[in-house]
Design a protein around this ligand. Structure first.
Ligand code: GTP
Ligand code: MN
Ligand code: MN
Length: 396
């Protein structure tokens, strides 16, 4: 008689960057539960606990089969007592009391709603909750001063809650491409973030822009933004300047994940598909998506005002643009493709196992005291002593 647990026991390396994690998750119930606890920890300024839950969830995402008994998890890394308790609860009772309690808690619900507003972080949400603000309606009535990003976030709340589809990402890509090529012929754009990993939807669309001739990309972002603005494509934008300077004797701020590229956080005004579509004319189909979206919306959200001319024929979409010099392109590409946990694990591997500092700009070898150049992601993996993992398998 073979012990079933023996047969089913899985083996998984502890660093997420040593594993191949596709979007084909066999344990969504368990990983959703752990991700919710991770999110709650992150929103409560408990980053350590957040990472622990994220790591535990990521290990389960990498398993080739659905877990049915806790015994199958014997020997797996990153599963602490707390995570195992949650998993056991779900496997044995169908649900985790802690997860259910968290989901129902007024505090968590309020944190979710408020940080769901673009421009609102955990700190701000926390402060508002202390002032008795738990909903969008209460926020609007409160007279709290909102910054420009938060005002835009509130105004486009319903749109920005709707997941962005791949088709919408591609449509935005065409617009960005047109903008970039108009202001700097020869410049190149690459889709990064979740869509590069093969996700079918995202909370935003991320692009990396570069030019094959070093230096030509300097000052590109303001020009791209002006072009987009002049064409009426932007509902909001905030551009930050490049502040990265490579030090002569070591990394300026080693292993920091704070980026110093020219970067633009924006909200695009994307025309509905029937308006984007080339041949569409006279009678565009009824605005069903928008109506469906609204019937689902809560009564607390701000209703987008519709002009006298009828229903809106566009939606707001979050877009992130990053400009990188070609010499840093591979590092930027690797650093902005994600997932967030995969990136964190890459940097942990580099630092702890290789005495190197990896950022979205460069790789520094602390033992050799020099930067290691790379023109492709493959080269960076090689420098790090890692087997190459393609974007579609970085969904940790
Ligand atoms: P969705 O947008 O939700 O589909 O997921 P995503 O994986 O695209 O997430 P997001 O757009 O938030 O980030 C994309 C990648 O960019 C992730 O790998 C992040 O780690 C990375 N990223 C986000 N913000 C920063 C930043 O300020 N600096 C650097 N260096 N990387 C960042
Ligand atoms: Mn993204
Ligand atoms: Mn993004």
């Amino acid at each position: 008689q073979i012990d079933e647990a023996e047969v089913m026991a899985f083996s998984v390396p502890s660093y997420a960057c040593l594993r191949r994690t596709t979007l084909d998750n066999h344990n969504p119930i368990l990983t959703d539960a752990l991700s919710l606890l991770a999110e709650n920890a992150e929103l409560s300024d408990e980053d350590g606990r957040g990472v622990a839950f994220r790591r535990a969830a990521a290990v389960l995402k990498a398993l080739p089969e659905t877990v049915t008994a806790v015994t199958q998890l014997r020997g797996l890394p990153c599963l602490g007592g707390h995570s195992l308790r949650v998993i056991r609860d779900i496997l044995e009772n169908g649900a985790s009391s802690e997860v259910e309690f968290t989901k129902q808690s007024e505090r968590f619900k309020a944190l979710k709603v408020l940080t769901g507003i673009f421009g609102v972080g955990a700190k701000t949400a926390e402060r508002w909750i202390r002032d008795g603000i738990h909903s969008l309606h209460q926020l609007q009535e409160s007279g709290q001063t909102l910054n420009r990003a938060q005002r835009a976030g509130l105004e486009h709340y319903d749109d920005l809650k709707q997941p962005v589809t791949k088709a919408e990402a591609d449509a935005i890509g065409e617009i960005v491409e047109k903008a970039v090529v108009s202001v700097l012929p020869g410049a190149q754009i690459t889709l990064i973030g979740g869509f590069r990993r093969g996700k079918l939807t995202g909370h935003d669309v991320d692009f990396l822009i570069t030019h094959p001739e070093e230096g030509r990309e300097v000052g590109l972002m303001p020009k791209v933004v002006s072009w987009l603005e002049s064409q009426g494509f932007l509902l909001y934008q905030k551009t930050t300047r490049n502040s990265y300077l490579e030090a002569k004797d070591g990394p300026a701020r080693p292993a920091s994940n704070i980026d110093r590229f020219e970067r633009c956080f924006s909200i695009f005004k994307l025309a509905d598909e029937e308006k984007r579509g080339a041949e569409e004319t006279e009678n565009p189909p009824e605005d069903r998506c928008r109506l469906a979206a609204h019937s689902q919306a809560t009564d607390e959200g701000p209703q987008p005002t519709e002009a006298a001319g009828g229903p809106r024929r566009w939606r707001a979409v979050r877009v992130d643009l990053v400009v990188s010099p070609i010499s840093q392109f591979a590092f930027a590409l690797l650093g902005w493709t994600g997932s967030k946990l995969f990136e964190r694990e890459l940097r942990r591997w580099a630092g702890h196992e290789k005495a190197m500092s990896l950022s979205s700009h460069a790789l520094y070898d602390n033992k050799q005291g020099r930067y290691l150049r790379a023109t492709s992601e493959e080269e960076i993996f090689t420098h790090l002593g890692l087997e190459y993992i393609p974007p579609s398998e970085r969904n940790a």
